[in-house]
Write a protein that binds this ligand. Structure first.
Ligand code: ADP
Length: 730
């Protein structure tokens, strides 16, 4: 189908698409249009990675807006919201407005009411619904990207419940669900009353295979020699081989830390092959990376980029991610090692893909667990650049003959799994039942069960009565903890219940926090508060390693008076969790005591991204704790706020004032403080030479900082740095 044949879309769209190089629709796109995508029909598109799902969404959304409606695009990861916004911003020249809603989970995002297209994560949409965002009722089209993630135990239920709520609110709502190829797309279509486009078409051929020994074994039965030199790893050999052939390689690994380590090593493989021109351009990308921030991660990334490699994961700053994606698409970077985030949403085709790790650590499994076929196929799908490569090649790596056979059986010759709803798990239901009542979607047990009947779980289950049983258990829990009141069949959320729902907390986290704060006799210490929030199910715990049990039992005894709530005995089942929470709490305390990032990552064997994840979660939970303290009239709100500010900035108490200035992080605040500038007022009145010295002579930085603190004459034009302070803090 040619783009000029499209009906129902705005007049400008065909020309716009042609300007973007799209003349003919890809077959799955044409099928979607035939199924009514541009006429408000609901649709499930189960199509391979990189086969143009975004355009299906764009056709539906722009057609919906042309009919006077509003479209919502639900992204699976916060990290992808910015990327989608940038894509849709191309429509702004035709008068559409595009808004992205990230940020805190407790506002109603009123300003979004003026947007034609809104981009948000499912958690964010869920929270906007809970906070009563009025524009939710005006939606005419909702796109769920990567809808197969309803299968994810942690996040799937939120997507599932959110779609059910949006459909309940807006009876004629068009739902466009985009999915990777899965085993049972029909069930999704049945659930959403949607047409199904189920296709295996790809714009470029994909050959999958396994590297073993000195050869690549392809799925079509062919073998090709690929020599691994002495002392070299298979991945290095493949990257070298691809580069000799003029292509670049995307390597998927199982953790952020491994992505960083692989980038360091693989950059060594490609650096000698770079041209001078490439070196110069890469150096300028590296300089831009360093300009974004002066963290260790930034430095690590920049030094890999200078040598032609990079890593990519969701822990990177979005500016960093964009620079890496851009340089990879421009073929400047020869190798990128990535966690699966890149496979899911970012459009970065590559001649070759290597799935280096096919197992990853899983808390649930208590050890290494194999990736799903679906995930591996999504990674493989990034291989091959349409128009540039004859075909894409995706390789897994085997270390033995048995593993070669296993990988073929497990991933190459096997279709992706069926997706299954995870809604009936207790933590998910506990949270969503409270929210469903608090935000007015149900006001009785009967009503709740009717609502739950609209979910994928209900469409899919064969286990009659299970949902009802778990629902009753969870209602009991919510009532006992004062989040809900029951009067016969009627349900109402208490004021505490409303707050918890709006704060986006798991009710069990809220109950733990409330109990800890209520039983505190003295002003809680930062460690005590860090431990309290680390105990909640909303914080991903650190695991105890050998030797940790003794170490943290000692710490628990030493600092017993600081720890809030009842301490379990060593014989109770929850003792283990209590100790791991203490380990997390001490990590947070180290961070808030200005220990170096690298010392922390070494001490706790975590990656910088993990540290950042913990810090962000602690900050969010402590701000929720502050609100709960306020709600319950407890006197500890200021102590909670102080702990939150410290952990958010990674600083001791005395730096709180300074670190509030934009552009002043923990390190700069400390250097300023050591140079005698202790407060914002000091900074406003300080000798510029001292400021410049403390900021290591960086004029631009110093000017920005002074500007941000409100100094009228921030110019550093003729200032000489005060050498006596330049080395402080180094
Ligand atoms: P998916 O979301 O399925 O992974 P994308 O939507 O990111 O895939 O599409 C992959 C690439 O294909 C994008 O660069 C997009 O611009 C391009 N593309 C999509 N549809 C067409 C088309 N009909 N003709 C040419 N290029 C297309």
């Amino acid at each position: 189908m040619n783009v000029t044949e499209l009906s129902g879309v705005p007049d400008w769209l065909p020309d716009h698409l042609r300007d973007e190089g799209v003349e003919e629709l890809y077959p799955p796109q044409a099928e979607a249009v035939e199924a009514g995508a541009t006429e408000g029909e609901s649709l499930v598109a189960s199509v391979p990675t990189a086969s143009g799902k975004t355009l299906i969404a764009e056709l539906a959304m722009t057609a919906s807006v042309a009919r006077g409606g509003t479209a919502l695009y639900i992204v699976p990861l916060r990290a992808l919201a910015g990327e989608k916004r940038t894509e849709f911003e191309a429509f702004e020249q035709y008068g559409l407005t595009v808004g992205v809603s990230t940020g805190n989970y407790d506002s109603d995002g009123e300003w979004l009411a003026t947007c034609d297209i809104i981009v948000a994560t499912s958690e964010k949409v869920d929270s906007l619904v809970r906070n009563g965002a009025p524009w939710i009722d005006d939606l005419s089209c909702v796109v769920a990207d990567e809808v197969h993630l309803v299968d994810d135990g942690n996040r799937g239920p939120t997507l599932e419940v959110t779609l059910a709520k949006l459909r309940q609110r807006n009876p004629g709502l068009q739902v466009v669900a985009l999915s990777a190829t899965i085993g049972n797309p029909e069930i999704l279509a049945e659930w959403l009353d949607a047409e199904l486009v189920d296709s295996t078409w790809r714009p470029i051929d994909l050959k999958k295979g396994v590297h073993y020994g000195q050869a690549v074994h392809l799925e079509d039965g062919n073998q090709r020699e690929l020599q691994v030199r002495d002392g070299e790893k298979a991945t290095e050999a493949i990257v070298r081989d691809t580069l000799n052939d003029g292509g670049s390689t995307l390597v998927f690994v199982n953790s952020r830390r491994n992505a960083e380590a692989a980038a360091r090593r693989l950059a060594g493989t490609v650096e000698n092959e770079l041209t001078n021109e490439e070196r110069t351009q890469l150096a300028s990308v590296a300089a831009e990376i360093r300009d974004v921030s002066d963290t260790e991660t930034s430095e690590d990334l920049a030094s890999a980029v200078e040598r032609g490699g990079a890593f990519h994961h969701a822990g990177l700053a979005s500016e960093h991610r964009e620079l890496v994606e851009g340089a990879f698409r421009d073929r400047l970077l020869k190798v990128v090692s990535a966690t699966p985030t890149l496979a899911a949403g970012v459009n970065t085709p590559s001649r070759r893909v290597v799935v280096r790790d096919w197992r990853r650590y899983s808390g649930e499994a208590g050890g290494m667990a194999p990736l799903s076929v679906l995930e591996v196929h999504q990674m493989c799908g990034r291989a091959g650049r349409p128009g540039l490569d004859p075909y894409g090649e995706a390789l897994l790596l085997a270390k033995s003959h048995d593993e070669l056979d296993e990988l073929f059986d497990r991933y190459i010759w096997t279709d992706p799994e069926a997706v299954r709803s995870k809604l009936a798990a207790e933590p998910a239901l506990r949270t969503h039942l409270l929210a469903t009542v608090a935000s007015g979607f149900a006001s009785s047990r009967e009503g709740l069960l009717e609502f739950l009947d609209q979910t994928l779980y209900a469409t899919q289950t064969t286990e009659g009565g299970r949902l009802e049983r778990v629902t009753d258990d969870m209602l009991d829990y919510l009532e006992v903890n004062d989040f809900l009141e029951r009067d016969g069949d009627d349900l109402t959320a208490t004021s505490l219940g409303h707050t918890v729902s709006r704060l986006y907390l798991d009710p069990m986290s809220a109950a733990e926090i409330v109990d800890g704060l209520q039983t505190a006799e003295d002003r809680p210490s930062a460690l005590g508060l860090f431990h309290l929030v680390s105990r909640t199910p909303d914080m991903y715990e650190l695991y105890l390693r050998s030797g940790d049990r003794e170490e943290y039992t000692m710490l628990a005894n030493e600092r017993e008076t600081e720890l809030l709530g009842m301490k379990p005995s060593e014989f109770e089942a929850r003792w283990e969790d209590w100790l791991s929470a203490l380990k997390t709490a001490r990590l947070l305390e180290d961070w808030a005591s200005e220990l170096d990032e690298s010392e922390i990552t070494d001490r706790y064997s975590v990656g910088p991204g993990d540290l950042r994840g913990k810090v962000d979660t602690a900050e969010w939970l402590l701000s929720a704790a502050e609100r709960l303290a306020g709600e319950l009239g407890l006197e500890w709100a200021p102590a909670v706020r102080e702990a939150r500010t410290r952990v958010a900035n990674g600083i001791r108490t005395e730096l709180i004032d300074l670190a509030g200035v934009r552009g002043v992080g923990r390190k700069r605040a400390r250097r300023l403080y050591e140079a005698g500038i202790e407060t914002r007022t000091d900074l406003r009145n300080a000798d510029k030479a001292v400021v410049l010295g403390a900021l290591r002579g960086r004029r631009k930085t110093a000017e920005n900082v002074l500007d941000n603190v409100g100094r009228t004459d921030p110019s550093m034009a003729d200032v000489e740095a005060d050498g006596s302070v330049a080395v402080v803090g180094e």
